[in-house]
Design a protein around this ligand. Structure first.
Ligand code: TYM
Length: 336
């Protein structure tokens, strides 16, 4: 028998406090964190420095409000502060400092290839250096905590890849400093599509300006009903995953994750029924799943001092770990 006590694997992930936090974020990321909470040593961050990369989208008042909203949503969705560390990225300056060190080993060509950067920059008149450097800040987030696993939606795959590349390059140049992390993705639900347009990923920024694109975690029952009942489908009545149209498949995936079922169970359930039945049932399932979250959210924001307390504790714990890693990186680079 081995006497060695195995440490739990460490998980790190985060959400940007911008736009409307929607069921895509819940399905692809936050609910996955909650499900695995007992298995891992978890650190969840509200990545406010990332939100500054498109300054046109975030006024100071907006950011202040959103950071608290996301923190409260983590808790309302089931992140337990006794089991997980929750903190705000800008409260731990090691993130910005490590970003600089990593910038110095990251070729610009790697960043130029990032698809999210290319998509975002395409519509902008002036592109800030911060937007270009976004993936390096994300790498710093992850690498500071000797992270084993990063549970995210599949739109973040390329960012996890570049994090691994940066860590490997650093380790090659300066010696073994960083652990190489892996992404953790849902098999079904890692990419929820827009309900108005199933060819497009459900997006937080679109959700804020476009009706019926997404379902916000805090949406009313009426809005949820309206958005699902009018979700884009086509005349194909199929309710089997493999044969369904993209719009129906998206609804099937939502139903599957929201009911914690397997694909087979969902297909059995809807055998012989058309997508009208699927929409009706999904409405009820989503409303029932979000109701306790919305109630808890309300309690959390009303309790004076509760959130600040948790974020302060989170900051202390995060800082303790981050400071050690940053110091190790600096020493290896020859900074005295
Ligand atoms: P963000 O804020 O855009 O999204 C938060 C999480 O939600 C997932 N997600 C989705 N999953 C399924 N379907 C969708 N339509 C969908 N839309 C978003 C995202 O994949 C993500 O997991 N760069 C990150 C934030 C970040 C981060 C980190 C994440 C910064 N540093 C370190 C992990 C580790 C982002 O913008 O996520």
């Amino acid at each position: 028998m081995s006497s060695k006590v195995e440490r739990k694997k460490r998980v790190f992930s985060g959400v940007q406090p911008t736009g409307q936090i929607h069921i895509g974020n819940y399905v692809g990321a936050i609910s996955l964190w909650v499900e695995n909470q007992d298995l891992y040593d978890n650190i969840f961050c509200i990545v406010d420095l990332h939100s500054l990369t498109i300054p046109e989208n975030v006024s100071p008042e907006y950011l202040r409000k959103k950071v608290r909203e996301v923190a409260a949503l983590y808790l309302a969705c089931g992140i337990d502060p006794e089991k997980s560390t929750i903190f705000v990225q800008s409260h731990v300056p090691e993130h910005a400092e490590l970003t600089w060190l990593l910038n110095c080993v990251t070729p610009m060509g790697w960043l130029e290839r990032m698809t999210q950067y290319k998509t975002k920059a395409a519509d902008m008149e002036t592109v800030g250096t911060g937007l270009f450097d976004y993936p390096v800040l994300m790498a710093a987030d992850i690498l500071l905590y000797d992270t084993d696993l990063v549970p995210v939606g599949d739109d973040q795959k390329q960012h996890i890849e570049i994090t691994r590349d940066i860590a490997q390059r650093f380790n090659h140049l300066y010696g073994e400093v960083f652990k190489i992390p892996d992404g953790l993705f849902r098999e079904s639900g890692a990419r929820i599509m827009g309900l108005d347009n199933p060819e497009m990923k459900m997006s937080k920024s679109l959700g804020e300006v476009k009706k019926r694109h997404s379902i916000g975690i805090l949406d009313s029952a009426d809005d949820i009903r309206d958005t699902i009942m009018r979700a884009t489908t086509d005349s194909n009545m199929e309710t089997r995953f493999e044969y369904a149209s993209p719009g129906v498949k998206n609804l099937l995936v939502l139903y599957q994750v929201m009911t914690n079922s397997s694909k087979e169970e969902v297909e059995d359930h809807f055998r012989g029924k058309n997508y009208g039945a699927l929409k009706k049932e999904l409405v009820e399932v989503v409303i029932e799943r979000l109701r306790p979250i919305q109630e808890k959210y309300k309690e959390i924001v009303e309790e004076e001092g509760y959130l600040d307390n948790i974020l302060n504790r989170g900051k202390e714990r995060a800082k303790e770990i981050a400071a050690v890693t940053l110091q190790r990186a600096k020493e290896h680079m020859g900074l005295i």
